[in-house]
Design a protein around this ligand. Structure first.
Ligand SMILES: [Fe+2]
Length: 216
């Protein structure tokens, strides 16, 4: 049974970028519901497996995918945010390797942020935007930084660990609507103030060393 991981900061710590009301609902209600539904689906899967109920097992796959993905994505998201201003949100001092890699790929940090913002604004319906390290064959030695999106609660983490998430931005309306209303552009502009670049750097270094194993 999975349980809700505590936030690494108080509910009001990300204000004014994200309100305490949003953080409380998002964490205690939305994330908790993904966990509850995941646990229920896993219990039902065990029962269906015991009774050899193949139709039931097939029906449970989508529930496990959706709610398991919701649990993974939110667990990553909380940890890649931090109160600002703080040492963790200063990319210059805590994430020199990420900054250099971003500048090598996009030309400048500003251009990367602009591209990421446009990708976020291009998401139709619910989903997530991510900066990832993609590891390719042979032996995962080809590595590249990429901006990717995932739909609904599809997990950004792949079974073969070929994609290492550095940070994600939740683009479900529950992540911003109570505060930003229809101003989605305001949300994707302000979120950069609270990216925890220290965590991003740690994930990046683990990713390029090919030693990432993500566990909840
Ligand atoms: Fe969310």
């Amino acid at each position: 049974m999975y349980t809700l991981p505590p936030l690494p900061y108080p509910y009001d710590a990300l204000e004014p970028v994200i309100s305490a009301e949003i953080m409380t609902l998002h964490h205690q209600k939305h994330h908790q519901t993904y966990i509850n539904n995941l646990n229920a689906a896993l219990s039902a899967q065990q029962a269906a497996s015991t009774s050899n109920d193949i139709p039931a097992l097939l029906a449970l796959q989508q529930k496990i995918k959706f709610n398991g993905g919701g649990h993974i994505n939110h667990s990553l998201f909380w940890r890649n945010l931090a109160p600002a201003p703080s040492a963790e949100t200063n990319i210059d001092t805590v994430a020199p390797n990420v900054k250099a890699a971003v500048e090598a790929k996009w030309g400048s940090l500003a251009q990367f942020i602009e591209d990421f913002k446009q990708t976020l604004l291009g998401i139709q319906g619910s989903g997530w935007g991510w900066l990832v390290v993609r590891q390719g064959l042979p032996e995962k030695k080809i590595r590249s930084l990429e901006i990717v999106t995932t739909k609904d609660q599809d997990s950004v983490v792949t079974p073969d660990s070929s994609v290492v998430p550095l940070f994600g931005v939740d683009m479900w309306e529950h992540a911003y609507y109570l505060q930003y209303l229809n101003n989605k552009a305001g949300y994707v502009t302000e979120i950069w103030k609270i990216i925890n670049w220290k965590v991003v750097e740690e994930r990046f270094l683990q990713g390029i060393q090919g030693e990432v194993s993500f566990k909840l």
